[in-house]
Write a protein that binds this ligand. Structure first.
Ligand SMILES: Cc1cc2nc3c(=O)[nH]c(=O)nc-3n(C[C@H](O)[C@H](O)[C@H](O)COP(=O)(O)OP(=O)(O)OC[C@H]3O[C@@H](n4cnc5c(N)ncnc54)[C@H](O)[C@@H]3O)c2cc1C
Length: 425
């Protein structure tokens, strides 16, 4: 069993020697990748130290204590890296792991389609072989950060004559090419985090298949499992309100600003349960019996979810297999976000709809065009939690089938060749 105190001592000693805020961000990240402290749970040969999950939070705490820059935010280190490590060839690991960790390349996830979200296995974007390479045509949607990404984790159909789950291949798509067009979508909270991505004869070089041709489904499940477990948002390199001192910190702050722009509203998306008590006091509603009941109901929910997550982490650290706690976490986050939005609305009343300087809780996440209030941003953003990474209904189906052992959901299209499945359009 790993001695976490020893890990803490080792990373603190390394940071004391190696962290130099005057390095360029690139120089620092190279040092970080070489040290293995970049992604401590990853294998030693791929920028990690092969440590258990519990060590990651110890390492993160020491980085925060030293004020040192970590890995880039976004879905590269959180989704693409782990998926390639689990399912990619050594050649793919060689090409993509290190530049993802150093922030030289950025990623997006190209899974959802206009006719395939919850039923992602029903996707129709098609990749055809062209010599050793692939040519892909179709449409993706809701793709966060696609306009700025260098590479996309792409699911495409490569065989229409087998059942739907078996004809999908997982590709790494170079985004900067003429056959790829990402068009922004404006959301009701004023932000434009998402895109539609049109693929018209886009080219995928040989060797960019993760896993086997036609074997993309388990690879996609691996990405989704990481997505449900982890928040996509990294902490800013310097605490809010503090000017970053040192070249690496300044460059990291610029990188964070660029890469995290699509995620500015994510704290509000979680419902901001952390704000309810101060809001209730500031609005003079903390003596209202109904408001107090609802606040305690919310905080109880939030604390029990946190303890469940901590129990799951402790079980993992002790080497026990994953239990239902992980599957419950995503559903819990939807319930908490919705409950928090309800309490905020109860406290603020109609003034919660005010924007900009009139908003009782200040400004939100700086939507394009500005002026979105914190509370209205919470109310307009929480529905996203119960959709992103698999809707609440889909999470309940997963729990019913995999944890409770109930019968599988009825489906008429699971076993017949995908070409014969009735589809819209
Ligand atoms: C914040 C956010 C970020 C996202 N980022 C990305 C991204 O980067 N890349 C990407 O590819 N996608 C992304 N998505 C898309 C997301 O994965 C899909 O929106 C999601 O999978 C749901 O698909 P859908 O929108 O097509 O809804 P649908 O699948 O059409 O569902 C509509 C409704 O029907 C219900 N429903 C569907 N099937 C069933 C069933 N079998 N049983 C019971 N109820 C059912 C759903 O629960 C939902 O309420 C993002 C979405 C959000 C909100």
């Amino acid at each position: 069993m790993t001695d976490l105190a020893e890990v803490r001592a080792q990373v603190a000693a390394w940071l004391a020697e190696a962290w130099d805020p005057e390095l360029s961000l690139r120089e620092w990240r190279i040092r970080l990748a070489d040290s293995g402290w970049a992604c401590p749970t990853w294998p030693r040969e791929w920028c990690g130290r092969g440590l258990p999950a519990a060590a990651a939070s110890v390492v993160a705490e020491e980085f925060a204590r030293a004020g040192a820059v970590g890995t880039p935010g976004g879905v590269g280190v959180r989704l693409a890296g782990p998926t390639i490590l689990e399912h990619g060839s050594d050649e793919l690991k060689q090409r993509f792991i290190r530049p993802t960790v150093t922030g030289e390349i950025g990623w997006c996830q190209l899974f959802s389609e206009p006719g395939a979200g919850s039923d992602i296995a029903g996707l129709t974007t098609t990749a055809r072989p062209d010599g050793d390479a692939w040519v892909v045509t179709g449409q993706k949607v809701w793709n966060t950060s696609a306009r700025h990404a260098d590479f996309g984790m792409l699911l495409a159909r490569t065989d229409w004559d087998v059942p739907k789950h078996r004809g999908i291949t997982y590709f790494i798509l170079p985004m900067r090419q003429p056959g790829v067009e990402a068009r922004p979508l404006r959301q009701m909270n004023g932000h434009t985090s998402f895109n539609q991505v049109f693929l018209d004869q886009a080219r995928i070089p040989p060797g960019n298949v993760v896993g086997a041709v036609g074997g993309g489904w388990p690879v996609a499940l691996a990405t989704l499992a990481h997505e449900r477990r982890l928040a996509p948002v990294a902490d800013p390199p310097a605490p809010a309100g503090q000017a970053p001192a040192g070249r690496a910190l300044r460059e990291a702050a610029e990188e964070w600003e660029r890469a995290m722009a699509p995620y500015h509203w994510y704290p509000q998306r979680a419902g901001r349960p952390d704000l309810v008590i101060e809001r209730a006091i500031a609005a003079g509603r903390d003596t209202d019996p109904l408001v107090r009941q609802e606040i305690v109901r919310l905080i109880t929910l939030a604390w029990s979810a946190r303890w469940t997550t901590q129990r799951a982490a402790a079980a993992r650290a002790a080497g026990r297999p994953p239990g239902p706690e992980g599957s419950l976490a995503k559903l819990a986050s939807s319930n908490i976000a919705r409950a928090a939005a309800r309490v905020h609305a109860l406290i603020a009343g109609p003034s919660g709809m005010l924007a900009g300087a009139d908003d009782p809780a200040g400004e939100g996440g700086r939507a394009e065009g500005g002026g979105v209030g914190m509370l209205s941003e919470i109310l307009l953003s929480v529905p996203a939690v119960s959709i992103a990474g698999g809707t609440d209904q889909i999470q309940r189906t997963i729990l019913a089938e995999r944890i409770l052992g109930l019968a599988r959901e009825a489906a008429l299209d699971r076993d017949e060749p995908f070409r014969q499945v009735h589809k819209n359009g």
